[in-house]
Design a protein around this ligand. Sequence first.
Ligand code: PGA
Length: 263
Amino acid sequence: MRRPILAANWKMHKTAGEAADFAAAFLPLVKDADAVDVVVAPPFTALDRLASALAGSNVALAAKNVSPEPQGAFTGEVSVGMLAELGCRYAIVGHSERRTLFGETDGFVARKAAALFAAGLVPIVCVGESLEEREAGRTTAVVGAQIDGSLAEVPAERASALVVAYEPIWAIGTGRTATPEMAQEVHAFVRERLRGRFGDAARDIRIQYGGSVKPDNVDSLMAQPDIDGALVGGASLDPAAFARIVHFEGPGREPSGRSGRPS
Ligand code: PGA
């Protein structure tokens, strides 16, 4: 069974002080969430402070971007080594905002993912179609090409650790979520594509859904067989809302959030 992974993508929100306040409110709410992976990705400027606040907890730290280069004359960039030193275990790469607003290509995302794996971090690789692409019936063509291109440099032996986030662009920050069935359809397609690339490891790869995930829709999304987690923007800024998402309820899951594992 794949271990659910619930990740907060704070985008360009929260100062270091606000991140520390979030941790103080959030950690007590999720301290018993021992059957899921919980991840928070703050802005770079809050990583150090949040790392201290999360030390010894069950919540992991992530970055929201990284350079594929190890060091050098790359003004404004941050390397994997810098993230590793601060205790980051994950980094989000290829978010649609990076792709559309900052011109990131699949090839660039692939190099970032490879650099993260090489340093022992886990990439959360984002893919997803625009509304125009969906309405033109091109969802699987677009997502399939993003999967192929963005994962081109993932070492086969590390593939099972990979996290992929399917985020339909039209659902991000719009309050318009994909229905669980629509999301599942694409997730199943993504897993098949991953199987073609990585074989049996595709069974272990966690595929998150992202795009207006909220406390009131997380349960039905997480009930889908190929939805293994959520990448959450807006609703992750509030400790109580993100804690409710971490404690999603569903088949095989007790209301406490302690999963259906035998104890
Ligand atoms: P949202 O953002 O939850 O605010 O829609 C999700 C994301 O962009 O990762």
